[in-house]
Design a protein around this ligand. Structure first.
Ligand code: IMP
Ligand code: MG
Length: 172
């Protein structure tokens, strides 16, 4: 499988785009501290590179959820690893690898909103817009891509391939 991967975005293209996102985020947060939540595992690579490029002061948090997208219209997540921080009254940025159907991010967003943050924004590296089943407000999007299965730079095929330095795709 991994031997058939073709390059969609090179390491240089990814870093250039993430730098642009960091500039947008810095402008919006205007030096206010933000709780940056990296959604494991996929977003790990993106979250590290993005937050290193940001000037905004952050508290770095990780969260791991699993989704059961498609099994019901509401979408459900179970939390495998929860935040250490209490986000009540805080400004929060969710950092996610991809939005596909939208079920995962919608459920995660609702869960986090119930904890009463002051604000909640979402950054995704990749948006497969045509696959959306539920609308979720996304504030920062790295790349809008067609409906292809991506691998590398955090994206996996059965847990393999996350460490490829580029975003590749497998023809479907
Ligand atoms: P959603 O709930 O359908 O938006 O799905 C989001 C989750 O599906 C992501 O967090 C990924 O784990 C997974 N996913 C969707 N598309 C891809 C892909 O092209 N490559 C790797 N994982 C993907
Ligand atoms: Mg994921």
């Amino acid at each position: 499988m991994l031997e058939d991967v073709k390059i969609m975005y090179t390491e240089e293209e990814i870093q250039k785009r993430i730098q642009e996102l960091a500039i947008d985020i810095d402008r919006d947060f205007d030096s206010k501290e933000v709780v940056a939540i990296c959604v494991l595992k996929g977003a790990a690579y993106f979250a590290v590179d993005l937050t290193k490029k940001m000037q905004t002061p952050i508290v770095f948090e990780v969260m791991q959820v699993s989704s059961y997208a498609g099994t019901e219209t509401t979408g459900t997540i179970s939390i495998k690893k929860d935040l250490d921080a209490d986000i009540a009254g805080k400004d929060v940025l969710i950092i996610e690898d991809i939005i596909d159907t939208g079920y995962t991010l919608r459920a995660l967003r609702e869960d986090l909103l119930s904890r009463k943050p002051n604000s909640l924004k979402i950054a995704v590296l990749v948006d497969k817009k045509e696959r959306r089943k539920v609308e979720v407000p996304i504030d920062y999007v790295g790349f809008e891509i067609p409906n292809k299965f991506v691998v590398g730079y955090g994206f996996d095929v059965d847990e393999r391939g996350r460490n490829l330095p580029y975003i590749g795709y497998i023809e479907n």
